[in-house]
Design a protein around this ligand. Structure first.
Ligand code: HPA
Length: 238
C-alpha cells in the first residue's frame, strides 16, 4: 500500500505503466481501455478521472484522463511523473484549426507548443513562451504513423488558457505572429512538467473544429473517429 497523492489513489505504484496515454476526457480513457487494451484494470477514480492499465500487443500501457486546461493536466501529469515513476506521457486530444489548410479529423503531431500562459514560469522559472516535446517520442510516433499508413501533419500549436474569448478574431493574430496551426489547452503545461522533471512528453491532436470555416464535429463523431491518433500512440508505446 502506498501513500496516495492528492489526485491519484492507487494501491501499488507498479499499477501504472511507464507510458501513459492521456486523453482530456476520462470517459475517452475508459473507451480506449475497453476498446484497445487486454485485461484493463482501473487504477484511479478520484474525481472520476479514470485511469486504466492493460496490455496492448503484449506491452503494458496505461491510459488516464487529464481533464481540460493547463491547470488540470499540470496536476495529473506532475503526479504521474514525480510520484508514480511514469517516464512517458502521450497526450491524445482535440484541437481547433487556425488555418484552412487543416481539415476536420486531420491528425497533428505537435512539434512546438506556444502559450501566453505563465504556467512554465510559475512551475519552474522557464522563461520562453515556446516549449518542445520529446524528440525521441516524436520520432517513435512518426515511425508508428508510417507503419500504420496514417498521414500526420506536424507543426506548432497554441496552448490557450481561454476557450471563450470576447475577441474571437484574436486567433488570426496568433496564427500569423507565432505560426500556430491550431489551438488546444494542455500541451504547454504537459511539456513544461516533462522538462522540469526530466521525463518525456508528446502530443497528438485530431482537428475537431475549425475557427476559420466554423465546421465542427459532434461528440459522438469524435468518440468514433479519434481512433487514428490512439492507434499511433498505442503502436509506439514501449
Ligand atoms: N479552442 C481551444 N481548445 C480546443 C478547441 C478550440 O477551439 N477545439 C478543441 N480544443
Amino acid at each position: 500500500m502506498m501513500i496516495p497523492t492528492p489526485h491519484i489513489e492507487v494501491k501499488d505504484k507498479n499499477t501504472i505503466a511507464k507510458t501513459v496515454i492521456m486523453p482530456g476526457d476520462p470517459l475517452r480513457a475508459k473507451f480506449i481501455a475497453e476498446k484497445f487494451l487486454e485485461n484493463p484494470v482501473l487504477f484511479n477514480s478520484v474525481r472520476n478521472m479514470y485511469g486504466y492499465t492493460g496490455t496492448y500487443k503484449g506491452k503494458r500501457i496505461s491510459v488516464m484522463g487529464s481533464g481540460m486546461g493547463m491547470a488540470s493536466i499540470g496536476i495529473y501529469s506532475y503526479e504521474l511523473f514525480k510520484f508514480y515513476d511514469v517516464e512517458n506521457i502521450i497526450r491524445v486530444g482535440s484541437c481547433g484549426a487556425y488555418t484552412d489548410e487543416l481539415n476536420l479529423y486531420d491528425v497533428i503531431l505537435v512539434d512546438e507548443a506556444y502559450s501566453e500562459s505563465t504556467f512554465a514560469k510559475c512551475q519552474s522559472g522557464y522563461e520562453s513562451d515556446i516549449i518542445e516535446p520529446s524528440e525521441k517520442l516524436n520520432e517513435q510516433l512518426r515511425t508508428a504513423a508510417k507503419n500504420l499508413k496514417i498521414e500526420i501533419k506536424e507543426g506548432r500549436i497554441h496552448s490557450s488558457d481561454v476557450f471563450y474569448r470576447e475577441n474571437f478574431e484574436v486567433f488570426k493574430e496568433i496564427n500569423k505572429k507565432y505560426g500556430c496551426m491550431a489551438v488546444e489547452m494542455e500541451s504547454f503545461a504537459l511539456f513544461a512538467n516533462a522538462k522540469s522533471t526530466g521525463k518525456n512528453a508528446a502530443c497528438l491532436l485530431t482537428v475537431s473544429d475549425s475557427l476559420v470555416t466554423h465546421e465542427a464535429t459532434s461528440s459522438e463523431e469524435r468518440q468514433l473517429s479519434f481512433t487514428k491518433m490512439m492507434e499511433i500512440a498505442l503502436e509506439m508505446a514501449e
